[in-house]
Design a protein around this ligand. Structure first.
Ligand SMILES: C[S@@+](CC[C@H](N)C(=O)[O-])C[C@H]1O[C@@H](n2cnc3c(N)ncnc32)[C@H](O)[C@@H]1O
Length: 249
């Protein structure tokens, strides 16, 4: 069995920029059909609670919300459920197979009047400046080619005073949890994920490696401040396995 360090090295080459973007998109195309099921299985159902927590931080007066890296539209649907009929949501993702599942879920929930799913790159959002009351993003920032570019683009899209709510994997606070979590994510998770989806692109090895390579709670807050966000704060969920960063334009 490989050590955690060896498995990090064995993960598919993520690279940076366009190279990383292509590799990540190949992975999501390969697992899109299994994404929701595997998400529930691999997070032991916790991702539902994490997503609920994230949308609970939206302001009840938000009327137009952008979800970046919307995937299969979970956050967009929860936002519609929380803020009611008056809210309009743009669910943007680069990956067509993921979005196609999102479109179907939006249709089944009869939310087509409220949620529009669009294919767009987080680093080049095709939206006007200062047009959204809030931006949500769930488990996407770790996957973009360039984090700073994506955060700058989100800042541009927000109205002054608008808030970014960013849900992302982070760093468990307690040492014992970090050890357990490393074992789970580098050993058990790739095995289950690959068995369930039959994936051969290495996405379930990429997942823990990308989490480890991503800035921790303080690091991400720093990048957000450097980009120009103010009043950046974060909350740890599940002992810091996941964190929600809230940042204001
Ligand atoms: C782990 S999934 C998260 C999906 C959804 N937000 C959720 O919480 O279930 C990450 C998503 O980010 C998308 N993504 C990655 N890089 C992107 C980019 N540069 N622009 C837009 N979407 C991107 C992927 O296509 C994928 O659907």
């Amino acid at each position: 069995m490989l050590t955690v360090e060896e498995q990090t090295q064995a993960a598919p080459p993520a690279g940076t920029g366009a190279e990383k973007e292509r590799a990540v998109q190949r992975m999501f195309s390969s697992i899109a059909r299994y994404y929701d099921l595997n998400n529930s299985l691999l997070s032991l159902g916790l991702h539902h609670a994490w997503k609920h927590q994230a949308v609970s931080l939206l302001d009840p007066n938000d009327r137009i919300v952008l979800d970046v890296g919307a995937g299969t539209a979970d956050l967009a649907l929860l936002t519609a459920a929380r803020l009611g009929e008056k809210v309009r949501i743009v669910a943007a993702d680069l990956n067509r197979p993921m979005l196609a599942i999102g479109v179907e879920k939006v249709r089944k929930a009869a939310r087509q009047q409220q949620i529009v799913c669009v294919q767009a790159n987080a680093e080049r959002l095709c939206v006007p400046d200062a047009s959204f009351d809030a931006v949500t993003t769930g488990f996407c920032m770790r996957n973009v080619g360039d984090l700073t570019t994506a955060l700058r683009e989100i800042l541009r899209a927000l109205k002054p005073g608008g808030r970014l709510i960013c849900l992302e994997f982070s760093r468990p606070v307690a040492g014992w949890l970090r050890g357990l979590y490393d074992w789970y994510s580098f050993t058990l998770l790739p095995w289950i994920g690959t068995k369930m989806s039959g994936d051969h692109t290495g996405v379930y090895e990429y997942l823990p490696a990308s989490i480890r390579a991503f800035p921790d709670q303080e690091g991400l807050a720093r990048v957000m401040r450097d980009v120009g966000f103010t009043r950046v704060e974060y909350r740890n969920l599940s002992g810091g396995i996941v964190a929600i960063h809230i940042a204001v334009k």
